[in-house]
Design a protein around this ligand. Structure first.
Ligand code: SPV
Ligand code: MG
Length: 294
């Protein structure tokens, strides 16, 4: 049973130690978990899964503002854990109330999750990719650091990790703010730092990683190259990234195919064309499910 919690939980730390970088893909339900688990090409595969708040919410038709509560998020996580063996990183949004956050850490550890990422926003959290179209309010860094400190004190296992996600660039703050926050969160015991940007040129990310690694060469870093997608993994690694997350690509590709199939059937008044162009066979899906790795 390769998906027992104690076996799965430690896999992420091992991979970070053993590999140049760790490649992570979003999974938002059992089926997309199976796709991440089983997709292999040219000897490559995904190392871990990202349980995105954006995608978990979007598949429910809901906004990414923490309206999908943690109890619901846990159900999604459980569904994915049930049918996969790869390590799991949970997007924990702001982490919620401190008292709830420390409990959630233990629940995730028990389930076999390897890491949670929490971001330093407060108030009604909005998705970072909305950029300057909405207002993002940052939490005081000391308040957020306390959440990390309490989370680290609450965890029961050695291998579970808490990543601090810095939203300075998303909120229109500068490099100095981001680096100050990183220092504060590392001192509070964060196992690693996620840095985010909605700019396409990747320069905020490259500059931050370089400066951070000069001061803290051992800190584990995590990036989400959704907008700066043109950079290849090797390049992101050279900037200083240790974990690279494709955070929403299965949601977006599924949406595209679903929309096209729905439109085509309306247009043709039959399913034949859509079935050929935009749908895999039921055999393929049923085959994947029955092969489900444990
Ligand atoms: C998510 O996938 O939910 C994230 C990454 O938090 S982003 O949507 O880019 O903010
Ligand atoms: Mg999120």
């Amino acid at each position: 049973m390769k998906n027992l919690p104690e076996i799965r939980r430690k896999k992420l730390k091992e991979k970070i130690k053993q590999q140049d970088y760790v490649r992570v893909m979003e999974a938002s339900n059992g089926l997309s978990g199976l796709i991440v688990e089983n997709t292999k090409t040219e000897g490559k595969e995904y190392d871990a899964m990202w349980i995105s708040s954006l995608c978990d919410s979007a598949f429910k038709g809901m906004p990414d503002n923490e309206i999908v509560d943690f109890t619901s998020r846990l159900r999604t996580i459980e569904e994915i854990l049930e049918v996969t063996t790869k390590p799991v990183i949970v997007d924990g949004d702001t982490g919620g109330k401190l008292e709830h956050f420390v409990k959630h850490i233990n629940t995730l550890e028990r389930m076999g999750v390897s890491a949670i990422v929490i971001e330093d926003k407060k108030g009604l959290k909005q998705n970072s990719l909305l950029g300057n179209k909405v207002e993002h309010t940052l939490e005081e860094k000391e308040v957020f650091a306390e959440k990390i400190r309490k989370g680290k004190a609450a965890q029961m296992t050695e291998e579970f990790m808490i990543f601090a996600r810095i939203e300075s660039f998303i909120a229109g703050k500068d490099m100095a703010d981001a680096l100050e926050r990183a220092k504060c969160y590392i001192q509070a015991g964060a196992d690693g730092i996620m840095i985010h940007s909605y700019k396409k040129d990747g320069q905020e990310i490259a500059g931050f990683l370089k400066a951070l690694k000069e001061k803290h060469p051992k800190v584990i870093t995590m990036v989400v190259p959704t907008t700066y997608a043109e950079f290849r993994e090797k390049e992101l690694q050279e900037w200083g990234a240790n974990i690279i997350i494709y955070a929403n690509h299965l949601l977006r590709s599924a949406y595209l195919a679903m929309k096209k199939a729905a439109e085509k059937i309306l247009e043709e008044e039959r399913a034949y064309e859509a079935g050929n162009e935009y749908c895999v066979s039921m055999e393929e899906i049923l085959g994947l499910i029955s092969e489900g790795k444990k």
